[in-house]
Design a protein around this ligand. Sequence first.
Ligand SMILES: NC(=O)c1ccc[n+]([C@@H]2O[C@H](COP(=O)([O-])OP(=O)(O)OC[C@H]3O[C@@H](n4cnc5c(N)ncnc54)[C@H](OP(=O)(O)O)[C@@H]3O)[C@@H](O)[C@H]2O)c1
Length: 293
Amino acid sequence: MSKALILGGDTGLLGQALTMVLDKSNWNVETLGRRNGNLLDPQFLQASLEKISPDVVFNAVAWTAVDDAEDHPEEAGILNRTLPHSLARILSKSKTFLVHISTDFVFSGAGYTPHKEEDEPQPTSVYGRTKLEGEKAVLALIPERSCIVRTAWLFGPGRKNFVDTIISACKHRDTIKVVHDQTGSPTYTLDLAHWCRVIAEKRASGIWHAVNSGQASWCELACEAVSLAGASCRVEPIATSEWPQKAKRPVFSVLDNGKLAALIGKPPRPWTQALREYIFSTYLPAQQGEDAC
Ligand SMILES: NC(=O)c1ccc[n+]([C@@H]2O[C@H](COP(=O)([O-])OP(=O)(O)OC[C@H]3O[C@@H](n4cnc5c(N)ncnc54)[C@H](OP(=O)(O)O)[C@@H]3O)[C@@H](O)[C@H]2O)c1
């Protein structure tokens, strides 16, 4: 039985999905988060890794507040660059494999062709830049015993995400306005956790783009979520310029998942299918209960 250590496995959106999926796949799973101690203290980190002695570490801890990162570049850098660097340095003395999670926001989003693993990153935000620096730190120190899994636009159980925000907004409003001129790869955390498991089991080093198939704008994702949830709210498309945000987002950050498809033996299922599973399992049982009352 392989032993996994999941950083952020108790509380993170992806961390919890990894914990669930690996647990079900008969991995011996341990988690580590700030409840256990200060992950940013290299001595604590080293002692924890030595004590747990995992076969694979999954790093799902990050500074994920994209706009706040613009005001807190140091803090974002400590989580997104220094932590993976410390992890890789500590693991360089062991046989442990590291699965480090990264983001589509390492790309500038120019052009309209899905980004491949070998495409040149060019982040436009502090978040994207610090995540790219984290990737580089890992690949420089343990290239043979690590992988970078870039993903995007996550939805799934356990922690509030874009889809939850939209469905919740629809309960209180007749109309919501959602940006339609940014396009990406909506991805289900439980699918992503499954691909991460396969990548880890195969010790598949290098960079992987791990997203559900298809692409959408935020507005299209919101429309699909509203429709699947059976809400009657109107979703109105707006331009990015009408929804000013501190961090600059890529216009087109769709990731090409062809390399992952070859590894897992089939294309990842479409995001629409995964979203249906998420919404039906998360929202519709509750709604059916409410109807019954
Ligand atoms: N969400 C997305 O749409 C998306 C898109 C592309 C890539 N990604 C990448 O996917 C990975 C997972 O993202 P996610 O959405 O699952 O993140 P998340 O839900 O925001 O979880 C982040 C995790 O990091 C932990 N954390 C934050 N600051 C910490 C600190 N100072 N010390 C210790 N732990 C700390 C959080 O712990 P607490 O719960 O205690 O705060 C939480 O467990 C990240 O690498 C992210 O860059 C996410």
